[in-house]
Write a protein that binds this ligand. Structure first.
Ligand code: ZN
Length: 287
């Protein structure tokens, strides 16, 4: 592998030209070539199996992975993972169908399996300087000519809490509502106790100790005061909203968390295309 951070379709086709190459990669990732009997595992020709040269024990490398029981060729699966890894603004099943030349049903299944594999497994709490913000997503519900349905319209939207450790990673989660209680739950779950928090002047932060928190006052048209700002989380929200409009025509609350996970994942792996593909492949295999 070169030290280049790019990873093009040519790189993909060179690394994984055939189903055998993909299967060998899966085997290498999940199993050892040495059998406990002293023999060595080798691919069985024409089958998705590896067999020990001495005791004849067989291993199906794809079993237990998302590739198991799939008629889709592994090269196509890897191609799908590559597309997903590059789709920084998300990708719809329709688009996946077009790019892979598979049926819509197949594209949808591949996408949802990759998304499911992608849940952020990092349980470390965010520390140091942490920006926190809340946003409203989805539910383009008509508020009425005189806003008479405004509260109904807001209720249709999903509340999303976001926290970002400066220089580190971002977490995003759908909240039950825009209340102090749900914000407290979010902070307790994801932010370490000795972190310094940066927020806007929303009432949901009134409960926190003033010593631990620095607020920018958007109402007074203040957007930053030295290091006191929430620019990164606000940029994250802007990008999220724009991409969702472009990519997903209909957004259901039910699927929003998995879309969020996708965004967060891309954000946290944004620096290197090659690494992002490798991380995604590894994550999918171990899911
Ligand atoms: Zn053996």
């Amino acid at each position: 592998m070169s030290r280049d951070t790019k990873y093009s379709i040519k790189n993909l086709q060179k690394d994984f030209p055939t189903d055998e190459a993909c299967l060998a990669f899966i085997f290498d990732t999940l199993h050892s070539h040495k059998c406990s009997c002293g023999g060595e595992y080798r691919p069985v020709k024409g089958r998705k199996q590896f067999q020990c040269s001495k005791c004849r024990f067989q291993i199906a490398p794809a079993s237990g992975t998302i590739f198991h029981k799939s008629d889709t060729p592994l090269t196509l699966w890897f191609h799908a993972i590559w597309i997903f890894s590059n789709a920084k603004s998300g990708i719809s099943a329709k688009e996946m169908e077009r790019q892979l030349g598979v049926t819509y049903k197949c594209a949808w299944r591949i996408l949802s399996l990759i998304r499911k594999a992608l849940k952020d497994e990092n349980k470390d709490k965010l520390g140091g300087d942490v920006e926190i913000d809340t946003g409203f997503l989805g539910g383009r519900h008509y508020a009425g000519r005189n806003n008479e349905k405004l509260s109904e319209s807001i209720a249709k939207k999903a509340v999303v809490n976001v926290a970002y450790e400066r220089g580190g990673r971002i977490v995003a989660e759908i909240a039950t509502d825009n209340s102090s209680e749900s914000m407290r739950g979010f902070v307790e779950k994801y932010v370490s106790q000795n972190a310094r928090m940066y927020t806007d002047s929303s009432r949901v932060y009134h409960q926190f100790n003033e010593r631990d928190i620095e607020k920018v006052n958007h109402n007074k048209r203040e957007f930053s005061r030295g290091t006191v700002h929430i620019n990164t989380v606000e940029t994250f929200f802007a990008h999220l909203k724009r991409s969702m409009r472009g990519t997903y025509k209909v957004l259901s609350k039910k699927h929003l968390q998995s879309y969020l996970d996708l965004f967060v994942w891309h954000y946290n792996n944004r620096h290197n295309d090659r690494e992002r593909f490798a991380v995604l492949l590894g994550t999918v295999l171990h899911a």
